[in-house]
Design a protein around this ligand. Structure first.
Ligand SMILES: [Zn+2]
Length: 497
């Protein structure tokens, strides 16, 4: 008999410290067949789900609704209400006539008056689809799975890589769990162990860092038939919501004891490694002074203004310090500043403008005045190097101010690779110094050919100096926001059967 499986998605990662709200218009909305058509053939969770489901000739895939946006500030309430109602309305025609559902979620959404959007969607979806229908969702390693999500879902598949490369694989794992429930009668029991720690730093790189060993342990468990899914979440430290934390999530086939055993082992190891996994930051003034004396190329990692983590992208903190120190080298600087773009486009190529760059969105930055020449303009639409995403920065210009070259975007976009430079005719290898607004990039993008990567302690809404942000909502005490935090692991069990 044909089994109908519904696929839907809702995904955004927000920094609640970014003062600019996200709106409905920031989202790519797909309805009906578009949900799948726009994702298959790419490294996406939905493509992974579809691949597994297609291997079963008795399955019919129902493509429902998806809403996805680049990371940014929290969603304004009206936009959230519109997205959530569209998501839920799209489920209603299928109530009572589907066998299961798969949701591709990020896990770090937050709205003005809803601090657990994905939990709300799962709770309401459960009401619509019924208690008997298996629902499995996917999340980012930076997601914040909550008690509400687990209460209303049968399980979760989480990325196993950082930087993330296993989007499709994660969708595959979610779909496999669903099929084991439908075809083999698997009974999911989820064990969750929250850890009161938030960490940022190079040890989180799963290929090379300490965290990678811990993830590999959970990944290896997938060969054990007792395990349906297992993974870590380190949360997005910038999404200040009640259940923000790191956590281990293990979905077993009706084996609570085994779930607890492996989840506790993984959680304790994570806790023991927390100090080593925490970022070492280079002081801003010293970084600039040090790089001035280096042959180069030098990468200045400005993770505090990473749009991919939810920041506004309009920090000028590092370049302002370079100007202050009369930095002697060429520098490539990505920055968001819509009004400067408008003025540059009006002047035209070759024109000279005086622009006040930065700090238009996030007022913690003071605009810097630069006299610059407009050297190019583009529509700001381009694919990233590896992520399956087409970025839409809006009108974009390149401004040259002496040794400093600014790529100025109208809107924040993912600055996780070199594509934003290449798309504007710029080769980062031709600069002595490059400001990179992403906490970690794949090595071939920059690290493989740069002399040094300075992880700069600059201000910003996604700063790795977590105590500088001022969390007020997440559970306390929390490492490293508080002193002398203790960890007494308490596994939580979710069993829907
Ligand atoms: Zn992530």
């Amino acid at each position: 008999m044909t089994k109908r499986i519904l696929i839907a998605g809702a995904a955004q990662e927000v920094s609640t410290f970014n003062p600019v709200f996200s709106t409905y218009e920031d989202f790519n909305i797909a309805v009906g067949e578009e949900v799948i058509e726009t994702k298959i053939g790419k490294n996406t969770e939905i493509a992974g789900m579809v691949e597994v489901l297609k291997s079963d000739s008795d399955i019919e895939i129902i493509s429902s609704y998806s809403a996805g946006a680049t990371s940014a500030g929290p969603l304004d309430q009206a936009s959230w209400e519109r997205i959530s109602s569209e998501f839920l309305e799209a489920l209603k025609p299928f109530a009572g006539n589907i066998a299961g559902a798969l949701f591709a979620m990020h896990g770090s959404m937050s709205a003005e008056n809803e601090l657990d959007p994905e939990g709300y969607l799962l709770e309401e979806s459960r009401k619509i689809l019924g208690e008997e229908i298996p629902i499995v969702y996917t999340q980012d390693i930076h997601g914040v799975t909550t008690a509400k999500m687990l209460k209303h879902a049968d399980g979760v598949a989480v990325y196993h890589t950082y930087p993330h490369v296993d989007f499709a694989d994660t969708g595959t794992r979610a779909a496999k769990q669903l099929l084991r429930q439908l075809n083999d009668g698997a009974k999911p029991v989820v064990v969750r162990v929250p850890i009161p720690a938030l960490v940022r730093g190079n040890q989180l790189i799963t290929e090379s860092g300490l965290f990678g060993n811990q993830v590999n342990y959970l990944k290896g468990l997938h060969n054990d038939p007792r395990i349906l899914n297992a993974g870590f979440q380190i949360g997005n430290p910038f999404t200040d919501v009640p259940e923000l934390c790191s956590q281990v999530l293990v979905v077993t086939d009706n084996d609570e004891e085994f779930g607890k055993e492996v989840a506790l082992k993984a959680a304790k190891e994570f806790w023991d490694n927390r100090l080593e996994m925490h970022a070492d930051l280079d002081r801003l003034e010293e970084s600039v002074a040090k790089a001035a004396k280096l042959k180069g190329p030098v990468v200045f990692t400005d993770a505090a203004d990473a749009p991919s983590s939810g920041a506004s992208g309009d920090s000028n903190a590092i370049v302002a310090e370079m100007i202050r120190q009369d930095y002697p080298h060429t520098v490539l600087v990505p920055i968001v500043d819509a009004s400067a773009v408008v003025r540059a486009v009006e002047k035209g190529l070759g024109g000279r403008i005086t622009a006040k760059l930065g700090g238009n969105l996030d007022r913690r930055f003071t605009p810097i005045e630069v006299k610059a020449t407009v050297v190019s303009a583009s529509d700001g639409t381009f694919p990233l190097e590896k992520w399956p995403s087409i970025e839409q920065a809006g009108p974009t210009v390149v401004l040259e101010a002496g040794k400093i070259t600014f790529v100025v975007f109208s809107r924040p976009i993912n600055l996780v690779d070199r594509a934003p430079f290449y798309a504007n005719g710029l080769d980062p290898k031709k600069f002595h110094s490059i400001i990179v607004k992403s906490p970690l990039c794949e090595p071939e993008f920059f690290d493989d050919w740069c002399q040094i990567n300075l992880n700069v302690d600059a201000p910003g809404s996604t700063s790795a100096d977590l105590p500088s942000l001022g969390h007020t909502i997440c559970a306390r005490p929390m490492f490293p926001l508080d002193e002398n935090v203790e960890f007494s692991p308490e596994p939580q069990v979710y069993n829907r059967s």
